[in-house]
Design a binder for this molecule. Sequence first.
Ligand SMILES: [Zn+2]
Length: 94
Amino acid sequence: MDIQSLAQEIIKIKKHADELGLFTHDRDLLECKFCGLMEDVTFEGNLITFIKREDIEYNKMKNSSKRFIETNDPNIFICPQCGNNTELPEVDFE
Ligand SMILES: [Zn+2]
């Protein structure tokens, strides 16, 4: 498969995922530096958030069901846990 058709295939898959309401990796996952609330994507592709803790095994982390809130700035989100601004990690688009 050449790059062109591969790219078209990815666009098709992403569009389908959008329709299903799944997280499509259009942006990086957020992590609040203040309270440790972070996003992750489950095996099924659903976006979840939880508080990172050293004393709990990763797979026992509980989904808080909170969502980072979008602002007018596409790179800034508001943490639903502590209300601080969380900046989107820089992504290299290649
Ligand atoms: Zn926070």
